[in-house]
Design a binder for this molecule. Structure first.
Ligand SMILES: Cc1cc2nc3c(=O)[nH]c(=O)nc-3n(C[C@H](O)[C@H](O)[C@H](O)COP(=O)(O)OP(=O)(O)OC[C@H]3O[C@@H](n4cnc5c(N)ncnc54)[C@H](O)[C@@H]3O)c2cc1C
Length: 333
């Protein structure tokens, strides 16, 4: 009997399962997915989760090329698999600061001078792309149930406390099992296993906190928009009637209790910029996620003996997750 374990059930862990079901149906007799938010809350469930190039062009950097490949892979997936929890959105980008850099970056995009429904209080240059937003809980559940239709998956909500190069896993709940192969998909907690593999990027990862205000049951527009101005985001999800305003970004391994102070500034920024009746700020719930940032923001993946690993997706987990998971699955022994 051949056994595979995946540690981590965020977008990466769930994409691995989906890819395993698609690519390697008969390879492992049993697959266990360990996902425990008890000690490591999933970033995936606290993400604005937009899949868009946002002006990144191919041919200029490794990361830019990865993003382009990730997006086209994801778009193909949406077309051929019609997943639940993925919705079209207009990505509208602009800049009020550093406009020269902005125009250089967006030179090959169509310039729109206005976008009526957003109702700006001043003239701003706008660039519009077709993109997707993901409802993380719905999409991750879909990935899991699609995988379970084809392969034998056990989901364990136990936390893995020890792992060695031989594939021996021990959990907080007292389970002790040897696996033929283990895939690390622990997001910001991947660094705990850095001693097991030689991957240099994994040894140098940082944790970057991101946060936004989530307003629910909000009726604002007749379509979904993701507006990004000077790295600040105003996202309206029409289908799920949610408004997301953020995001802050700060290197830290700690959650912040007073995150609302910074988010209030971003809320006020959009309140001044858009002539729209926004919900009262007191209705906004603070959502905080920890992102794993590797050197040069480049994700990493590989295989060493019985251990495969995938991480460093930083701000691009939904954009890069499926493509990278598929590549890792194709390399499995
Ligand atoms: C505010 C914010 C906005 C973002 N916006 C976007 C965006 O617009 N587009 C985009 O593509 N990306 C975005 N991201 C980034 C994206 O959300 C992340 O890159 C992605 O969620 C990371 O997924 P992951 O599966 O690697 O990690 P996680 O989602 O953190 O999942 C790791 C899982 O592993 C589990 N785990 C860890 N260690 C163990 C263990 N020892 N035993 C058992 N379980 C364990 C954790 O509990 C967790 O469930 C955003 C992130 C934030 C915070």
């Amino acid at each position: 009997m051949t056994r595979l374990a995946i540690i981590g059930g965020g977008i990466v862990g769930k994409s691995l399962l989906f890819s395993l079901a698609k690519e390697k149906r008969q390879k492992y007799d049993s697959i266990t997915l360990y996902e425990s938010d008890a000690l490591a809350p999933a970033c995936t469930q606290r993400s604005t989760a937009i899949v868009a190039a946002r002006g990144v062009l191919p041919g200029l950097s490794t990361l830019g090329d990865n993003i382009h490949q990730g997006i086209s892979f994801f778009c193909q997936h949406v077309k051929s698999d019609s997943p639940s929890g993925v919705y079209p959105v207009k990505q509208v980008s602009s800049a009020l600061l550093k406009q020269d850099a902005f125009f250089r970056r967006y030179q090959s995009f169509t310039r729109d001078s206005q976008f009526q429904e957003l109702n700006f209080s001043q003239e701003v240059p706008l660039f519009v792309e077709d993109a997707y937003y993901v409802k993380p809980s719905e999409y991750c559940q879909w990935l899991l149930s699609e995988a379970q239709k084809k392969i034998n998956v056990k989901v364990s909500n136990d936390f893995v406390v020890s792992l060695d190069k031989e594939g021996n896993v021990r959990t907080l709940g007292g389970e002790s099992i040897q696996y033929d192969h283990v895939i690390l998909a622990c997001g910001v907690k991947n660094h705990l296993w850095a001693g097991l593999v030689d991957e240099p990027k994994l040894k140098k990862t940082k944790s970057v906190r991101g946060s936004f205000l989530l307003f629910q049951n909000i009726s604002l527009f007749h379509a979904s928009y993701s507006l990004s101005i000077d790295d600040l985001n105003f996202i309206y999800r029409y289908e799920t009637q949610e408004l997301l305003i953020g995001s802050t970004s700060q290197e830290s391994r700690l959650y912040e209790f007073d995150e609302k102070k910074d988010l209030t500034k971003i809320y006020d920024y959009f309140k001044n910029l858009l002539k729209i009746e926004l919900p009262d700020i007191s209705q906004g719930q603070v959502q905080i996620g920890m992102r794993e940032k590797a050197p040069k923001r480049e994700p990493y993946s590989g295989i060493e003996g019985r251990i495969s690993y995938l991480g460093g997706l930083y701000k691009n987990g939904f954009t890069l997750g499926l493509k990278m998971a598929t590549d890792v699955v194709r390399q499995l022994p």
